[in-house]
Design a protein around this ligand. Sequence first.
Ligand SMILES: Nc1ncnc2c1ncn2[C@@H]1O[C@H](COP(=O)(O)OS(=O)(=O)O)[C@@H](OP(=O)(O)O)[C@H]1O
Ligand SMILES: Nc1ncnc2c1ncn2[C@@H]1O[C@H](COP(=O)(O)OP(=O)(O)O)[C@@H](O)[C@H]1O
Length: 200
Amino acid sequence: MADYKKYIIPHSHSLERGNRESLMGHHSKVIWFTGLSGSGKSTLAGGLEEYLHSHGIHTYILDGDNIRTGLNSDLDFSEESRTENIRRISEVSKLFVDAGIVVLSAFISPFKEDRNSAMNLVGRENFLEVYVECPLEVCEERDVKGLYKKARNGEIKNFTGISSPFEEPEDADIVINTANNSMEECLKKLVEKVEPLLQL
Ligand SMILES: Nc1ncnc2c1ncn2[C@@H]1O[C@H](COP(=O)(O)OS(=O)(=O)O)[C@@H](OP(=O)(O)O)[C@H]1O
Ligand SMILES: Nc1ncnc2c1ncn2[C@@H]1O[C@H](COP(=O)(O)OP(=O)(O)O)[C@@H](O)[C@H]1O
């Protein structure tokens, strides 16, 4: 352990997560969306947030493009930076859970080890992994932001699915296939799984 760390002594406050959850009227949780660019992470996180919000649940979305223009604006798309990106987001998610809020984290999070580290940091019981499954060809066909085209012609390096790996989750808590199901069907499946977990 680094020497300076020996002199950091956390303060224990009187109010805890349970007190905050009671005030909110629901449990806090991290709903972690992982999947290729264009698979539907942001769309589903947004749809789920709207539903939960309208049912009195306090939520907050952490989304790749947003966090990467602020907190993580110093990180690129190398493997090391992606790992650090997920590590910081995991720490932020953990704080939100302690604050009593339902966090919807939508990041490609391509590496299994990083997703597992996120789950272990937040705590297994607080973490729900949602694999937003969609074949690369469909994501590429959608090409919401025109990035796949740029990745194919070499303008963007290390692009997930093209020139950087995506390790498919093998034991996600929920798998949502957005290529074969409508947005409404996907959201219904999500709501059915998530809502009961938030009841006090
Ligand atoms: N090289 C490369 N590879 C993948 N994605 C890229 C890249 N460059 C920019 N973008 C845009 O950044 C968004 C992904 O950021 P994330 O923080 O979710 O990525 S990661 O979890 O660190 O892998 C991703 O957003 P989504 O499409 O919402 O996934 C892209 O818009
Ligand atoms: N069943 C579905 N669920 C979510 N998105 C879908 C679905 N079917 C089509 N789409 C479309 O796919 C695109 C997904 O984009 P986005 O949510 O930004 O993905 P990501 O955040 O994973 O990059 C959107 O244009 C959305 O309308």
